[in-house]
Design a protein around this ligand. Sequence first.
Ligand SMILES: Cc1cc2nc3c(=O)[nH]c(=O)nc-3n(C[C@H](O)[C@H](O)[C@H](O)COP(=O)(O)OP(=O)(O)OC[C@H]3O[C@@H](n4cnc5c(N)ncnc54)[C@H](O)[C@@H]3O)c2cc1C
Length: 474
Amino acid sequence: MPGTARSLTRITRSDRDFDRLRRGWNQRFQANPFEVVLPTDTREVSLALQDARDRGLPVRIRSGGHSVDGFSAADDAVVIDLRSLDGIDIDPDAKYAEVGAGARIHAVYESLAAHGRVIPGGVSHTVGMGGFITGGGLGTLARWLGAMAHNVAEFDIVDARGDIRRVTPQREPDLYWACLGAGGGNFGVITKFVLRLTPMPTAVWFRLSWPWNHFEAVYDAWQRWAPSADPRLTPFLAMWPTTTANRIDVGGLFPGTEEELAGLLAPLFDLGPAPAEREVTVTTFTAAMSALLQKIADDSFDSSTRAVTASPFFAEPLSHDVFGALRESHVGPPGNSFVWCLPGGGQLTAAADRGTESFAHGRAHHLMLIRSDWSDPRDDEACTSWAGSLYRHVSHRATGAYLNWTNTDIEARPQLFYGDNFPRLVETKHRYDPDGVFDFDNGIPASVSLRQAQRLALPDTMVAELRSRGRLVE
Ligand SMILES: Cc1cc2nc3c(=O)[nH]c(=O)nc-3n(C[C@H](O)[C@H](O)[C@H](O)COP(=O)(O)OP(=O)(O)OC[C@H]3O[C@@H](n4cnc5c(N)ncnc54)[C@H](O)[C@@H]3O)c2cc1C
């Protein structure tokens, strides 16, 4: 029967495709959902949601399935899988693109490249736009253009009641704010984004490398320079352990000329040692992201990847007492392990000052991604301990963690991911999803009890704000 829940494509446990479709990217977290629903448009998403609610079944939203902690599926839940909502339509002036939440990030890059346009996306082929954008979305153009969450003009969402809403900053400022940066899995199912595009037909790719014995001097020079460098630069810092390249790199993609770049890198060389290797080439965003991905990791979906991440944000440069732990983590780590840092500043800070979106870490000095992936389950303990141990050594300096690179094994306090926005997010949650239809570990609750506040060690100021917003239940 067309137009009813009965016409939806559902894959249940007895279907041959169920095992393939229930899986997310990280094989460590594989749920056994009740069924996977594959809607083909926003109206079907609404039907799927209302149908799950009518049957009293929990719901999980999935776009690309890359949640490191497997948040996009749960045992006995209905997984609303948006893989078929993958349309990419670019307007005739190439100023905006309508992109389905299930579109894979590299497919978007390729479509935009045909028009000489970019978005500030990250390093992956198969990450889904839905999770990437709603959690913030950081990449090698972040200081120039902001996070992906800062590049959304409007979006379509199916809310907790199944109603379809077009959300703009003027029409629904709270929902717009909440969904962009803190939205993944929390407020509704976003089905389509209208993205702002930026012209960048080519750019200059650079990689500077030092042997590992220069690590302290290079980290220190980078952290004193990168967060206040020219905002067109987002120079990452990559530490490749003894098991791979055994070196430290500074690299990035610059939307200007080679001559300008040379001038902008000069202050880094004044602060630290001269690099042993320099690579500078003119390339495209798409080609640069593919090349970088090859160096970083396998993001293919059908592999047996097991992974762990941790993602502290820091408010200031790291002091030398932390360098010992980084040096130790560099020697013979298990799995494919590395540490990668991204500087703050530029448009990330400007967007935080505007406050139109809820990405909570725009004023951070830098982000550190600690990551390991492997395929043999017998390596789980060694790899998760490696990441956990390094995280614990640096976390006393951290001011938050990144919702898109979570680690519930070691850190699950929501205020870390949502920052000072947490009380307003709780109030917004209460307004749009009072029954907690959209729920997961690390999710935003519709209210907080005093006991929960104590268990989560919420600061007094946050407890007071929750009370003044009427969301602290005694
Ligand atoms: C190989 C790899 C490379 C990565 N590279 C980067 C990078 O360069 N920069 C960066 O910032 N991050 C990066 N990430 C992290 C990535 O951004 C997050 O894992 C992101 O949440 C994945 O989105 P997804 O749609 O693929 O995942 P999913 O597992 O489908 O979803 C992730 C979360 O978002 C929610 N969600 C998904 N779709 C929607 C929607 N349409 N509406 C509302 N909520 C939704 C889910 O419920 C879940 O909680 C990378 C991850 C991997 C595995």
